[in-house]
Design a binder for this molecule. Structure first.
Ligand code: HEC
Ligand code: HEC
Length: 324
């Protein structure tokens, strides 16, 4: 009996020390600093570059899906609408809320305070000028310099709107999770060369991986670190419902050309294109269907051809919406 008490006592002491140690680590080490390079990016006034940037923001790279809407204003979205990028959409986590920020060039409340290189660094690495990481919602590490220049040029070209977005609120527990498990997304290095925008498989791959993030949602992902852990495009990526109903989750379908379990196995290009033009059918879905309604036919063709060319993966995703 005495011995048991002794063991219990020591286990208790070790546990308390461990918890204290973790608390101290979070207290002293949060927020982590990341020394990532500044991309050599400068905005320019070329109207074709700005137009391409606008297309990236409101279509393929879908920045506007998070930075131009509230949760409600999606419901009456019409393809081609381009509301200003004034931010404000909240993203809730256990013990934390982060807000999509105002991306108009207002000096106080928007991105007017950043230089082109600072802005490009945030978009590519998710790291602010003070070397602190933003929450890893954005996966644009692989956007090439041309597209990054186009986006920065477009963001600089619009009218500033003064709109103060609340500061993020991050609880102590979430700080620990961020510190130990969440790292900013780093470029893979695969897509750094300039690439011709055409309907080729290679350009489709660039769109599906680097620009539109199809791969990161349609692949099984570690729910805490965001690392892709399943076969690429095999589906099963699990995300909470965007309606924020507790216990409701959405699974992404398998996009590989597997004859039995591939969602698009027997889809013609016409069907694929029309599915994109149709927009959202699952209200709980995190897929940015609204912005993807603005995808050009040629770009859709490239993505379609790429998805037809990838290895088949057998993985059945029966229900996309699950209630726990
Ligand atoms: C899935 C939603 C989502 C998408 C898509 C998205 N963002 Fe964001 N963005 C956020 C959130 C949320 C934050 C705030 C993160 C934080 O403060 O930790 C943010 C922050 C930023 C910031 C930092 C601004 C500041 O004042 O610190 C910039 C710049 C930015 N986003 C640009 C972009 C661009 C450009 C794109 C498209 C290429 C994009 N975002 C796509 C959600 C998104
Ligand atoms: C932010 C996550 C996310 C991104 C990015 C994303 N998807 Fe999805 N996708 C989903 C989810 C979740 C579903 C299941 C719910 C639904 O149909 O909206 C889905 C469904 C689909 C479907 C099936 C639609 C249907 O009617 O059954 C296709 C096809 C598809 N995605 C293709 C793509 C392609 C191509 C891209 C890139 C251009 C892409 N997705 C980007 C999450 C995403």
């Amino acid at each position: 009996m005495k011995r048991l008490l002794k063991i219990l006592k020591w286990t208790g002491i070790v546990l308390v020390l461990l918890v204290l140690g973790i608390c101290a680590a979070v207290y002293f080490m949060y927020p982590a600093k990341y020394k990532v390079p500044y991309p050599e990016i400068a905005a320019n006034n070329d109207s074709a570059v700005i137009a391409h940037g606008k297309y990236l923001v409101y279509a393929t790279a879908h920045c506007a899906e998070c930075h131009a809407f509230t949760r409600e204003s999606f419901n009456d979205y019409k393809p081609g609408d381009m509301p200003p990028l004034t931010g404000g959409m909240p993203f809730n986590f256990p013990g934390a809320v982060a807000y999509a920020r105002n991306l108009t060039p207002d000096n106080e409340t928007g991105i007017g305070k950043y230089t082109d290189k600072e802005l490009a660094r945030i978009i590519r690495y998710g790291v602010k000028p003070n070397d602190e990481a933003i929450m890893p919602f954005m996966m644009y590490g692989d956007l090439n310099d041309q597209d990054l220049t186009a986006i920065v040029s477009y963001l600089r070209s619009v009218a500033p709107v003064k709109k103060q977005i609340p500061e993020n609120e991050i609880g102590f527990l979430m700080k620990g999770v961020i510190l130990f498990f969440m790292k900013p997304f780093m470029p893979t290095g695969e897509f750094t060369k300039p690439i011709e925008a055409d309907t080729s498989v290679a350009y489709g791959k660039y769109l599906a991986h680097a620009v539109s993030g199809c791969v990161s949602c349609h692949t099984k992902m570690d729910e805490i670190t965001g690392e892709l852990i399943g076969p690429l495009f095999g589906g099963g990526g699990k995300t909470p419902s965007v309606t924020e109903e507790p216990g409701v989750w959405v699974l992404s379908p398998n996009l590989t050309p597997d004859p039995e379990t591939g969602k698009m196995y027997d889809w013609s290009f016409e069907l694929f294109k029309n599915r994109f033009k149709q927009g959202r059918t699952v209200k709980e879905s995190i897929m940015p269907w609204e912005m993807f309604q603005n995808y050009s036919d040629d770009d859709l063709k490239a993505v379609y051809k790429y998805l037809q060319s990838i290895p088949a993966v057998k993985n059945e995703v029966k229900e996309v919406v699950i209630r726990e």
